[in-house]
Design a protein around this ligand. Structure first.
Ligand code: ASP
Ligand code: MG
Length: 409
């Protein structure tokens, strides 16, 4: 018998009726002949509500307590799902991350999984039970509960699929799969049949909300196929895998956008060895993720250094940068929060030229100014004004002919 891991996101278990229909779907999978380990997120916006509560009782919640609190959201949905399964005649047991043997490092709020002792899960599965694991959580070696970071249930599911050698990790969510662009912005966005890990990792890292980037990365390292589909319909979803793609073409695969972007420019940085290190080392020690670093050409031995952080981290970044500016003798800083990233992604870029030129022309023709540009081998990202994102995404979707299957761009 083969085993599949099925993950159900927060909107898929948002109320009692939805939990019952998830139970029905799991039983259908069992009837097809597969063992099932399910992973659930917290119901609806339960995690946000719990977090709000924490800030209502205190200004600065203790990190350990916060993780224990947030982990309860997934305990609610997993135990309810187990009850719903038993009610329709399917033996089931729910397990917290700790009970499921998910071990993490001791880093509250964004712990990494260090290992999974799957004995309990395997024992329950061998007894014919569906095992439901509370997503997004694990425990340290000394049994303190940790969480994996927002959206972390995706990661729980892929990690379990790896450990249990599942044939597939199925991610059921509120969208039908991976689209060529956000269908809310682009009416003729097209659902992809399949996509490579590499391309999906770029899309997810640059704003496609459908899967957590760390989950894609883990799937890629261990070559576990990930299938993304809607839990509200039976429409075929998107397969993320490492094999040969069905739709091989010269085309861009998709457009991602991310409006959680802030730009910081440090002015008058002395143009001498060590100055830039003096700026970025403190940011790294504070675990602030920085990307798209641009150092301008230097005139009169000073230079400006610009970088991008998440808008949510801007306050932290500034409080780290200010003392650093004093210590390296830079002049000061300016920040801009009203920015966004739009990215085109496709492995074809690696071999064919001209994608950047086409992207810049499309944005120019839409009258959109490009503030910064960054690339990987298979991605080009432009930083633009956040207000212009819908137009930018539509313009790029058109320019790269993404609405049609054939007719390579
Ligand atoms: N419930 C957590 C969150 O809202 C984890 C998840 O949904 O994956 O971030
Ligand atoms: Mg999610």
């Amino acid at each position: 018998m083969s085993l599949v891991v099925q993950k159900f996101g927060g909107t898929s278990v948002a109320d009692a009726q939805l939990i019952r229909s998830v139970a029905t779907r799991i039983v259908a999978t069992r009837n097809r002949g597969d063992d099932v380990v399910a992973v659930v997120s917290a119901m609806g916006d339960a995690t946000d509500l719990l977090s709000d509560l924490a800030y209502q009782v205190c200004a600065n919640p203790d990190k350990r307590e916060m993780d224990l609190l947030l982990s309860t959201g997934e305990l609610v949905s997993s135990s309810l799902l187990a009850m719903a399964l038993r009610d329709i005649g399917q033996e089931a047991v729910s397990l917290s991350g700790l009970q499921a043997g998910i071990r993490t490092e001791r880093r509250f709020g964004k712990a990494r999984i260090t290992g999974i002792d799957a004995k309990r899960i395997e024992k329950e599965v061998s007894r014919g039970k569906v095992v439901i694991v509370a997503g997004f959580q694990g425990a340290t070696d000394d049994m303190d509960v940790t969480t994996l970071g927002r959206g972390g249930s995706d990661l729980t599911a892929v990690a379990l699929a790896v450990q249990l050698q599942a044939t597939m990790c199925e991610q059921f969510t509120d969208v039908e799969g991976v689209f060529t662009a956000d269908p809310r912005l682009v009416s003729d966005a097209r659902k992809l049949k399949d996509i490579s890990y590499e391309e999906m990792l770029e899309l997810a890292s640059y704003g496609a909300k459908v899967l957590h980037p760390r989950a894609v990365e883990l799937g890629s390292v261990h070559n576990v196929p990930i299938f993304v589909a809607s839990s509200f319909s039976s429409a075929p979803g998107t397969l993320i895998h490492g094999g040969t793609l069905m739709e091989v073409s010269e085309k861009v695969r998709g457009i991602a956008h991310d409006t959680d972007v802030a730009k910081v420019t440090v002015l008058g940085v002395p143009d001498q060895p060590g100055a830039v290190a003096g700026l970025f080392e403190p940011l790294s020690e504070a675990q602030i993720r920085v990307d798209t670093i641009v150092q301008n050409t230097s005139a009169e031995n000073v230079t400006d250094v610009t970088f991008i952080v998440s808008r949510l981290e801007l306050g932290n970044a500034i409080s780290v940068v200010e003392p650093a500016i004093r210590s390296i003798n830079a002049r000061g800083w300016v920040a801009d929060e009203r920015l966004a990233k739009v990215s085109v992604v496709g492995a074809a870029m690696r071999t064919a030229p001209g994608y950047a030129a086409r992207m810049f022309r499309a944005l120019f023709e839409a009258g959109i100014n490009i503030e910064m540009v960054t690339t990987s081998e298979v991605r080009i990202t432009c930083i633009v004004e956040a207000d212009r994102v819908p137009e930018a995404v539509r313009a790029l979707h058109n320019a790269f002919n993404l609405a049609t299957l054939d007719g390579d761009a």
